[in-house]
Ligand binder design. Structure first.
Ligand code: PMV
Length: 305
């Protein structure tokens, strides 16, 4: 049996703008999805979503990944067990993490010889098959780990402060939010395009701040980014409640991460106040997770037999 894991991610800057070719900065977080794979007589996929065979409704990412990897290896029966620390469908990149982890597990089991670049690329193809128009961000950062600037695919220095995620538990559809922004942009190009390009410019300015470890200034810009996300209509009262709870309890910064509407927000914390911020988020009705940036992307956890 082979077990591989891959991390989720938060956006420091640039969600939505990245869809239009602007820059974004994403940070892999130490919340992982673990996938164990062994050869078997049948095709079995087990997760919190249920126990199925190849099933594009219940396990679309894993099923597409098996089909894709079957082009490289003679995959007959396999048993796959998925365990995740990442809440599903909340903007933390759970689908990219499971996709990347399964590709790497099959890559090891069948000795396909895929490089990390190949894994990120294959993962992106699978996300596109399932979601339609996905950006390469999630699969790239989940494969490579660390802090990544997209679309440049450039690795930046690690973010060395605690990260607090707040989950609103409100469902949000990335597809729908991306399409709302697209409509707003075509209705008011002269207003919305500059907002998207200003969001993109924040990542360019922040690159040097990340290198200096200047989290206070990074945080200032993240708060500006939050204002612009609200301006393009991807905020919600639930997200704002958690954002202000985090800021009022001393967070360096707090903003939406991912598509918005619902899902999660992210706060940067100081060394001594992550717990307090987490409590404030919980008191405001969210679920808080304290985490940190991880250097490691997809990794082999164990290999038996
Ligand atoms: O909610 P998530 O983590 O799937 O992020 C969506 C990010 C967008 O920029 C809105 C869309 C994309 O594909 O980059």
């Amino acid at each position: 049996m082979i077990t591989c894991s891959a991390p989720g991610k938060v956006y420091l800057f640039g969600e939505h703008a990245v869809v239009y070719g602007e820059s974004a900065i994403c940070c892999a977080v130490e919340l992982r999805t673990k996938v164990s794979v062994e050869k078997s007589d049948d095709m079995i996929i087990e997760s919190v979503l249920g126990r199925t065979g190849l099933d594009h409704e219940i396990h679309p990412y894993v099923s597409h990944a098996i089909e894709k990897m079957s082009q490289l290896a003679d995959i007959q029966g396999i048993r796959i067990v998925i365990e995740s620390e990442l809440p599903v469908g909340s903007g933390l990149g759970s689908s990219a993490a499971v996709t990347v982890a399964i590709i790497q597990a099959l890559n090891h089991l069948y000795k396909c010889g895929l490089s990390l670049e190949d894994i990120a690329k294959t993962g992106h193809e699978i996300e596109r098959m399932v979601q339609g128009n996905a950006s390469p961000t999630d699969t790239y950062v989940s494969t490579m780990g660390g802090v990544v600037m997209i679309p440049q695919r450039k690795k930046l220095d690690l973010i060395n402060c605690p990260i607090v995620v707040g989950n609103t538990h409100k469902f949000s559809s990335t597809k729908e939010l991306v399409s709302n922004v697209s409509k707003l942009r075509s209705d008011f190009p002269s207003i919305i395009e500059p907002i998207l390009s200003n969001i993109g410019r924040m990542s360019i300015v922040a690159e040097e701040l990340v290198a200096k470890g200047d989290y206070e200034t990074i945080g200032q810009l993240m708060n500006v980014n939050q204002g612009l996300l609200d301006a393009i209509g991807v905020g919600s009262s639930e997200l704002s409640t958690l954002v202000y709870a985090a800021r009022n309890s001393g967070a360096i910064s707090a903003k939406i991460t991912g598509a918005g509407g619902g899902g999660c927000m992210v706060a940067l914390a100081r060394e001594n106040n992550a717990e307090g911020i987490a409590k404030a988020i919980e008191n405001a009705g969210g679920e808080a997770i304290i985490t940190k940036n991880t250097e490691e992307g997809v990794r082999l956890e164990s290999f038996h037999g």
